[in-house]
Design a protein around this ligand. Sequence first.
Ligand SMILES: [Zn+2]
Length: 240
Amino acid sequence: MKFYKLDSVPYGTSRYKGEYSAEHPWGLPGLQCPTCVGSVGDMSEVYPDVDLSGLPEAKQLEKAWLEEDLERFKRLREIVRPLVPPGAPLAPGSQFGPLVGSARGNFAQISLLDPWAVILRRDALEQLQAEGLRGLKACRTGLRFRQRNAPELMELYVEMHGLLHPDCLPPGKVSPCGTCGGYAFSLPKQPLLDRASLPEHLDVFRLRNFTSVIVLTERFADTLRRLGFEEFSLRELPPR
Ligand SMILES: [Zn+2]
């Protein structure tokens, strides 16, 4: 089985003229982590199906800020924890709730709002589900269109599984930070997957130690090509 990193088509080459201004309504703050050097929080740990509106702290979590008080950050993280799957890292900058904002134009079957946010047209999602791909949980977005024939856009909820292999990481960066739970490295030039860490029950997942990387199995990739999905690019990630 081969694995691929899902990417957009190169900038400026899209034939679709869709635009959006969108964000997830809630997030944990970034953190000035005393253990990592500098600030942490990249917004790529996303839970579009987790609604924080019932929390007394919801209003506070609507803002994005850089928290300098570690204890305050930890308190907020524990408030959110009962609402996310067990074992979720909840790194600084984690995002929650269905996308809100505005959109216009037309959209390819599959697109990336950010490298870590997979948007599917509803018709495309249904096609993929009919093919029996595993791990296709999608949430309705709250994007507002002001046009006729607006597409219905869904965001894929991509679970975190699998790791980059230690051999491709800088020495000493293999474990998450004990304080904030984040990983402090940039994507290696030649990323390798850790074979033993890969899930066997899913065709799409995001890496636990690099949450902005969306991984598709060969089965998913072949299905996109066979169905004629137009705008995506794939980079093979060899496992070791
Ligand atoms: Zn840290």
